[in-house]
Design a protein around this ligand. Structure first.
Ligand code: FES
Ligand code: FES
Length: 150
């Protein structure tokens, strides 16, 4: 069947199967910024925004995406560049595999005016796993990004 979605502000139509998940549909259409980790709703690596809210693209059937608006990191390119600079400054860039999901979460925290405390940031990052770090560098980087934007 065909689904019609808004992707990063542009209308897109995709042909999908009944058991396809959005993660694969997007990657099959060259959106490789949407990363595949556990593929079982456990790591947060595949996070994107659905109607502005963070979701796990590996857990959304593509047919259920019909009619909704999605944002990947390409849709917040300018903010993502700034977040990436803070990640670099704080040494949060190790393998970088988790950074895109975390950047989308950082963006939504700033957009929603979340208090930039370590506790609040850790709460929002819960479920987004990083295999390389103890999260300290990411939390510091996101805190600085959010504080600079207030
Ligand atoms: S790939 Fe979706 S949560 Fe891990
Ligand atoms: S920096 Fe490697 S998984 Fe987070």
């Amino acid at each position: 069947m065909k689904i019609n979605i808004m992707l990063n502000g542009r209308p897109r139509t995709f042909e999908v199967g009944p058991d396809d998940y959005l993660l694969d549909t997007l990657r099959n259409h060259h959106l490789y910024s949407v990363r595949k980790g556990c593929d079982s709703s456990n790591c947060g690596i595949c996070t994107i925004l659905m109607d502005g809210k963070p979701v796990l693209s590996c857990s959304i059937l593509s047919v259920r995406a019909d009619g909704h608006a999605f944002t990947t990191v390409e849709g917040i390119a300018e903010e993502a560049d700034q977040i990436s600079d803070y990640f670099g400054d704080e040494g949060a860039d190790q393998c970088g595999f988790c950074n895109i999901g975390m950047a989308l979460l950082a963006y939504t925290m700033k957009r929603d005016n979340v208090e930039p405390t370590e506790e609040a940031i850790r709460h929002h990052l819960a479920g987004n796993l990083c295999r390389c770090s103890g999260y300290q560098a990411q939390v510091k980087a996101i805190k600085r990004y959010m504080e600079a934007k207030r």
